[in-house]
Design a protein around this ligand. Sequence first.
Ligand SMILES: *Cc1c(COP(=O)(O)O)cnc(C)c1O
Length: 482
Amino acid sequence: MSESLDPDDWTAFRALAHRALDETFDALQAIRAGAPWREVPPGVKAALDADPLPRTAADPSAVYATFRELIAPYAVDNRHPRFFGWVHGAGTPLGVVAELLAAGMNANLGGREHAAVYVERVVLEWWREVFGLPPGTTGIITTGSSMANLIAVLVARRRAAGAAVRTAGLAGAGALVGYTSSEAHSSMGRAFDVAGLGSEALRALAIDARRRLDVGALRTAIVADRDAGRRPFFVAATAGSAATGAVDDLRAVADVAAAEGLWFHVDGAFGALARLSSADRELVDGIERADSLAFDFHKWLHVPYDAGAVLVRDGALHAATFADEAPYLLRAERGAAAGRPWFTDFGPELSRGFRALKVWFAMKAFGLDALGASIERCCALARGLGARIAREPELELLAPVSLNIVCFRYAFATDVDELNVRLAIELQVRGLAVPSAARIDGKLGLHVNVMNHRTTAADLDATIDAALAIGAEIKRAGRSQT
Ligand SMILES: *Cc1c(COP(=O)(O)O)cnc(C)c1O
């Protein structure tokens, strides 16, 4: 027996690996035939929970069999064409291959001189070009937009508070405050919290009828904060809100930021990708003026979880926010420790996986035109869905359809919030469709995010037909109870 962790029997191991790959693709090929969500049976949860500490070896094929039995069947399942909950990407078979290849290389992209680093650099450079940011812009691939938003806030904080913030903290920085809208993602407030600024230092300002940041309210808030002796330093616009897909007027927000000397951040987690759609690209005009931009690859680009990115216009400031040198991380002119700047200079982490490879594969193999066409199709489907809901007397649209998200509810006469939550649950547990339930201006309803490249108009029609039928059923049951 070998003492390493490599297989003793490579032939058997290869057979298992090939089977695992085939069965992964079997599942993906048959995805439509299954349900978009299956409850994890109590026995399965118990078996997973009670699994004892594995001291001794098991045959990898036995471990794989357990995966097949207990884990694989009970996905959420955002791969399915009738999964519409929250804001989830669907993945692709190609992404599976890219993840396999990245795992095979086991590259660490914290830094050093190797080809993987050049892949991440070129991927970020491609997105810089897509978004129209200038040369010199830096970036880093992150786990997602939450981390990207945090990195952006830290760079903006470094600009506002100076180099001393890295050593002495925020004590001498004054009361730094920032702005966003009430429609912004919770990760923006969390970034302020984690950055030591406090989530209340990020003002959640009013929105207009299209759920965009009210730019007048922004100007007023800046004046009020300055009058009170505070230091406005940051504004985050949202390009595609997670709640309704609303897109702020990026140019108007950029104008205020420029006039007031604020850092202009765009949280474009998924909406930024509308830049790839020829029909919808103008919605995000002004994105090229961002000081920093957060966006995801695991949502509308459908790379497997997880991957997002942040771009920062002032590359020198970006590095000045994070770079340091430890005596065991010396950079060199040649050899394996060359390759400056290292990605660890652009974020809080040292070791980082080769997430860039799955993004590189998707961009090259699908091409941005096809990826953009897929995004455009989603937006058109969402507009069609909004139009149908507006025609259905039993249904009420809860927000304008700006991008790809449609929020609506069944107009029950009583207990409307509670019954809409039940409607969402019934659709899920019957395996018909997975909308999520969300509250818009105090009204609870169903949230349908049309993001999946596998979704068709027929899927949306079937979902509305089912919502109407189950809604009527719930209404009848309610009546017979009274
Ligand atoms: C999803 C989302 C986030 C958070 O991104 P993660 O990739 O889940 O960390 C932030 N902002 C918006 C608008 C989002 O849709």
